[in-house]
Design a protein around this ligand. Structure first.
Ligand code: 5GP
Ligand code: ZN
Length: 116
């Protein structure tokens, strides 16, 4: 049985208890549009299993972590044929606000570097 957290907002999206504009769903990942998009396409890719951080998930389920990156790159190619960015924020210094691991896939505009 996959790990889940009854109070986690992204686990609720996995369980369809709250709605999201989904662009991909399979056994291991769900991808949906961010509520507060930072680019013309801004999609979040999350594991269906709850893990707060990338470093936890790499220990817990490395094959699913690879699957998450595969989904992010597939969506990047779909929405950003001219290029795309994948971002994963871990911890307070990186600005992580939702403690269910997620990859941001941003596309549809020219990005700048370094990020803020
Ligand atoms: P973080 O700052 O943790 O890397 O990113 C969390 C992201 O989740 C933010 O970009 C925020 O807009 C998005 N977000 C938070 N709650 C919801 C929600 O209920 N639905 C959707 N679609 N996005 C959310
Ligand atoms: Zn969760």
């Amino acid at each position: 049985m996959a790990q889940t957290d009854p109070n986690c907002i992204f686990c609720k999206i996995v369980r369809k208890e709250i709605s999201a504009d989904e662009v991909l769903r399979d056994e291991h990942v769900v991808a949906f549009r961010d509520l507060n998009p930072q680019a013309p396409t801004h999609v979040l890719v999350i594991p269906t299993e709850h893990a707060a951080h990338l470093s936890d998930f790499m220990q817990q389920a490395p094959a699913q972590a690879a699957h998450l990156l595969a989904a992010a790159s597939e969506l990047g190619r779909r929405f950003g044929p001219g290029g795309y960015r994948v971002v994963m924020n871990e911890g307070a210094d990186a600005g992580q606000t939702v403690h269910h691991l997620h990859a941001h896939v941003l596309a549809g505009r020219r990005m700048t570097w370094p990020p803020g």
